[in-house]
Ligand binder design. Sequence first.
Ligand SMILES: [Zn+2]
Ligand SMILES: [Zn+2]
Length: 75
Amino acid sequence: MLFGKDKNKTASGNSKPYSLTPCIICRSTGKVNCNSCDGDGKIFWPGVSGKNYPCPECKGTGQVDCPVCKGRGYN
Ligand SMILES: [Zn+2]
Ligand SMILES: [Zn+2]
């Protein structure tokens, strides 16, 4: 029986890019939590009481491009 060989090939038939490995820092999302606001997107500005401001580091999104993979998600 020669069919077994073909069956195996089909099971792993997805073509993945060679030499690229998923980034473990951002878990291949390309984004990591912002350090400045701890992923909150807002920071409490010292001296201005009772007001939160959008974090200038992540522009209020709470996430920044992964420094390791530069936002690609793969290395
Ligand atoms: Zn931030
Ligand atoms: Zn990354």
